[in-house]
Design a protein around this ligand. Structure first.
Ligand SMILES: NC(=O)c1ccc[n+]([C@@H]2O[C@H](COP(=O)([O-])OP(=O)(O)OC[C@H]3O[C@@H](n4cnc5c(N)ncnc54)[C@H](OP(=O)(O)O)[C@@H]3O)[C@@H](O)[C@H]2O)c1
Length: 247
């Protein structure tokens, strides 16, 4: 199968490419570093021609609802139009567990993305996952205040991005299914604890503070809104195992 991967260089996108190749598929990598801008409909249409499925794991780094909505509206509309034109069998989107219960900040764009896809005539599937084990490292990289890393107070049940990628390729290999079961990690953690463990493993001696993020997005992070329900499927790799073997 030819699988177009939007966000192919990202934390999960790189594993989607690996898994697709391991299973004998042909991944088509979409990212600005590969010369394709999702905000440009012409270059997206060119990249997607001949694809059987699209896996959209693109993202924008922002806490602004406006920026997030703009990115996901434009990228999603371009991908759906390109998929429609080439007769895609399945447009697969990765979203976030319980994101619709916290439609603010970055999550506002994700909710819009889900709604645009679910309202489309293109066959679609949406997988919601919890935060990745890699999320703590992403936050260490992005949340800086001078020398201090400011990690949001967050209850999370993280899952290995590799396990998410395996599930995404499973879904992309089949016909469109609409919403599929959520995917979560094996146990609940505190994000700041994960960030400190990651920094220790890397030998980084940096101050890490745990801070409340403002707004509805920050509230949802703190109060457990983003934790999975009892029906979610569970990945098997704990954060500690991931840290020992991967980080
Ligand atoms: N991170 C998590 O813990 C987590 C958990 C659950 C769900 N999700 C969802 O999973 C998806 C992927 O997240 P991630 O953390 O893997 O993202 P990420 O590491 O930030 O990667 C984002 C990807 O999007 C690409 N990209 C960004 N802007 C682009 C543009 N204008 N044109 C083309 N490509 C563009 C980037 O490549 P270039 O920079 O080269 O363009 C990169 O490949 C997101 O939708 C997110 O909401 C993430």
């Amino acid at each position: 199968m030819r699988i177009a991967i939007a966000g192919a260089t990202g934390a999960v996108g790189r594993f989607v490419g690996d898994v697709a190749r391991e299973r004998g598929h042909t991944p088509v990598e979409i990212s600005r570093s590969a010369g394709i801008d999702l905000l440009d409909p012409v270059s997206v249409a060119r990249a997607v021609v001949g694809a059987d499925s699209i896996v959209d794991v693109s993202s924008v780094v922002t806490t602004s609802a406006q920026t997030s909505r703009h990115f996901f509206r434009t990228a999603t509309t371009n991908l759906l139009a390109a998929g429609d034109a080439t007769g895609i069998r399945n447009h697969v989107v990765l979203s976030i567990v319980n994101v619709d219960k916290a439609p603010s900040g970055y999550y506002a764009g994700k909710v819009l993305q889900e709604n645009i896809v679910a309202g489309s005539t293109v066959p679609w599937s949406i997988l919601r996952a919890t935060q990745f084990h890699e999320f703590a490292a992403q936050m260490l990289d992005r949340a800086k205040l001078g020398p201090v890393r400011t990690i949001p107070i967050m209850r999370t049940q993280p899952v290995a991005a590799r396990e998410v990628a395996e599930r995404l390729v499973d879904v992309a290999e089949q016909d469109a299914q609409g919403r599929v079961s959520d995917l979560a990690g094996p146990r609940e953690e505190r994000l700041v604890t994960l960030a400190r463990a990651y920094a220790r493993t890397k030998g980084w001696r940096i101050p890490i503070a745990s801070v409340p993020l403002p707004g509805g997005m920050g509230t949802a992070m703190r109060n457990g809104t983003l934790l999975p329900g009892p029906d979610a499927q569970r990945g098997s790799v704990t954060f500690d195992e991931w840290l020992r073997t991967t980080a």
